[in-house]
Design a binder for this molecule. Structure first.
Ligand SMILES: [Zn+2]
Length: 276
């Protein structure tokens, strides 16, 4: 059984007080039950004045098929597989208090967004959510056309990125490194706050990010909690190193699937339009 004291010891060892931390975690990775579950882990992270940030993406709930008039080239999608005029459901508009979250994100983000005081971004597909003293500061940097503002703020506040039992393929911040390396972000479709169907920036394929392991290894500080291997990376230095590595070799993020259209298009520079 993993107890609160084990979680507290590990977080205090890896994470400075009063700083933000972006969390990517697998409860299964502990290899034993965690007393108190996701909430116990969140409590440990939130202790000592820390602010916890998570991705709280909602593609399954709010993403729409590409309308014919909004189909930029090199966007990680083979439009030929779509109907010329896809049906447009009379779908709901995302709101920051919708309480929905993609099931693929795991238990930690779902537990965080259900807490009182949570602050959530306004991006209808790739919002981030945060709790703690810097939550407003971080999340207000996000807008529908600036998806990774919270990661920029995380770095500006000397925050950390914690991978708790998961790999670099889960490190959302590396999409900001891709953008900084000169790539444009993919566009996907959802209703904006006024109900119109619009394009929004989202990240590309992340299954090749483990190829940045050697580049980022010098920055990682590690502890073990049960069978879970935790790695904490300083966001600012990690982004700088990853960006430099991608600039030097755009192909370094290519995933093992040689047919991956998302990797092909993002490595080529991303979509050829610009957001209005
Ligand atoms: Zn890929």
């Amino acid at each position: 059984m993993i107890l609160a004291e084990h979680l507290g010891k590990a977080t205090d060892e890896l994470l400075p007080p009063d700083r933000p931390v972006m969390l990517h975690a697998s409860l299964r990775s502990f290899g034993a039950p965690v007393a108190g579950g996701a909430d116990a882990l969140l409590d440990a992270l939130l202790a000592n004045g820390r602010t916890v940030v998570v991705p709280s993406f909602t593609e399954p709930h709010f993403e729409l098929a590409a309308p014919a008039a909004l189909r930029p080239a090199r966007n990680g999608i083979d439009y030929a597989t779509l109907p010329a005029t896809p049906p447009l459901p009379d779908s709901a508009v995302y709101t920051v208090d919708c309480g929905l979250i993609g099931p693929g994100l795991g238990m930690l983000p779902a537990a965080l967004i259900s807490r009182p005081g949570i602050v959530r971004g306004t991006h209808p597909l790739n919002s981030f959510a945060a709790l703690g003293p810097l939550a407003d500061k971080l999340i207000s940097a996000q807008s529908p056309t600036d998806v990774y503002g919270p990661i920029r703020e995380l770095a500006a506040h000397e925050g950390q990125i914690l991978l708790a039992g998961v790999g670099l393929n889960r490190m959302t911040a590396l999409h900001l490194a891709e953008q900084r390396s000169g790539r444009r972000l993919f566009r996907r479709w959802a209703r904006s706050a006024d109900g119109r169907v619009s394009m929004f920036e989202v990240g590309s394929c992340s299954e090749g990010f483990p190829r940045l392991e050697r580049t980022l290894h010098p920055y990682a500080r590690t502890v073990a909690v049960g069978e879970s291997r935790w790695r904490a990376y300083p966001a600012r230095q990690t982004l700088a190193a990853a960006t430099a590595a991608i600039v030097a070799d755009q192909g370094i993020t290519r995933c093992p699937d040689r047919e991956c259209l998302a990797c092909r298009d993002s490595i080529a520079g991303g979509p050829v339009d610009t957001l209005p």
